[in-house]
Design a protein around this ligand. Structure first.
Ligand SMILES: C[S@@+](CC[C@H](N)C(=O)[O-])C[C@H]1O[C@@H](n2cnc3c(N)ncnc32)[C@H](O)[C@@H]1O
Length: 356
């Protein structure tokens, strides 16, 4: 897609992106805190899908991601569609009529065709709402669903669902469709167990907000499962397209926070497993010390970030909980688990829950 928002690099202004699309100043401070004990892991995960904003923009995680999902080695994109379709059949009897279908993080068009369209055919909601931080993705999703389901009302919603509650449905019931292990992109504290991860609890709690005005709100959540073979989890991020998504974070930092003296090339990317947090941590080890200023385009705050050579920073997470831990987490966050299933290879688990 070549519809750049800005014709030239000089036209780009972070505030023109808007607060939810621009890289968050505090998230960067937390990721690179000088005291390692004060760092929060994975605060920049949500920025791996960003699209370029002008010709030759190095921020192109979303372009890499659209290629990544098509690779035969990409486990979730390749293997989750049959599980989603089978689970949609299973839950059809539970989900009532008059439902709004919130598609959380629909991703690029290919994902919508594979993951969303078959479920809509089975569940036949009245309203479809793609919710994504990336406007190109919601626009594509609206286009696909409008074309293929003329009877479904489509409403576009560009939003950061970590920060903003979903609107109350205009129908009696709501279904929050949350596949892709996207929940696994939330931050973590380096030594906190998954079931105590306050960021996950807060997010799942936020997804319940607005449900009071509905008869029932359901959640369908698919997560990548923790595997005994650690290397198999790390291998998922070995391709150049996967690496491209993560490296894009550094270019976005430089662009959105106007970090002119920041060298995004002075890092080595490596995925590492953290048993405590149950996450593949996307680590960036600095090959050189550097010190640079970042600017907040909304508050005009500025600060200096200091990076030390050989220091390891965890900028993104892919959290992979066990089935039992995920059920515990749903309960802790005010969702009542109703059903769950696993795929035949036990690579993922999928859950149906209702606001408790
Ligand atoms: C892993 S992809 C999932 C794509 C697809 N649903 C699937 O199952 O393969 C994550 C999607 O969530 C979106 N996303 C990530 N963090 C987000 C946030 N905080 N708010 C809104 N969308 C977000 C991304 O832009 C991307 O489209």
């Amino acid at each position: 897609m070549n519809n750049f928002r800005f014709a030239k690099p000089e036209d780009f202004k972070p505030y023109k992106l808007g607060k939810s699309l621009c890289m968050d100043f505090d998230a960067v401070c937390n990721a690179f805190a000088e005291d390692p004990n004060k760092r929060i892991n994975g605060t920049l995960s949500g920025y791996i899908y960003d699209m370029p904003q002008f010709p030759d923009d190095h921020v192109k995680g979303g372009v890499h991601y659209a290629r990544y999902v098509r690779l035969p080695t990409s486990l979730i994109p390749q293997k989750q569609p049959p599980l989603l379709a089978a689970f949609a059949e299973t839950i059809q009897a539970t989900i009532p009529q008059e439902t709004s279908f919130f598609d959380l993080g629909p991703g690029p068009e290919w994902s919508v065709q594979q993951n969303t369209v078959p479920a809509l055919k089975i569940l036949q909601p009245d309203v479809y709402i793609p919710v994504d931080i990336e406007p190109d993705f919601t626009k594509e999703a609206c286009h696909v669903i409008n074309n293929q389901f003329p009877n479904i009302k489509v409403t576009n919603l560009v939003s950061n669902f970590h920060a903003e509650a979903l609107p109350a449905a205009t129908t009696a019931n709501a279904l929050v469709w949350y596949p892709g292990s996207t929940l696994g992109n939330l931050p973590s504290k380096p030594t906190t167990n998954f079931i105590d991860n306050a960021y996950v609890i807060k997010h799942l709690t936020l997804l319940r907000q607005g449900a009071k005005e509905e008869k029932a709100r359901y959640l369908v959540l698919l997560m990548d499962r923790k595997k005994d073979n650690v290397q198999s989890m790390l291998d998922l991020y070995a391709s150049d397209t996967a690496k491209g998504c993560f490296l894009s974070i550094l270019f976005k930092l430089k662009r959105d926070l106007q970090a002119q003296n920041f060298d995004p090339y002075a890092f080595i990317y490596e995925p590492c497993w953290n048993e405590q947090t149950s996450a593949v941590e996307h680590t960036f080890t600095a090959t050189a010390s550097q010190s640079f200023k970042i600017y907040n385009g909304f508050t005009y705050d500025a600060t200096t970030i200091k990076i030390l050579a050989d220091e390891r920073y965890v900028l993104a997470n892919s959290i992979k909980p066990s089935l039992d831990d995920m059920q515990t987490m749903l309960t802790r966050s005010g969702w009542e688990p109703l059903q769950f299933a696993e795929d035949v290879d036990r690579q993922f688990h999928i859950h149906l829950a209702q606001v408790g």
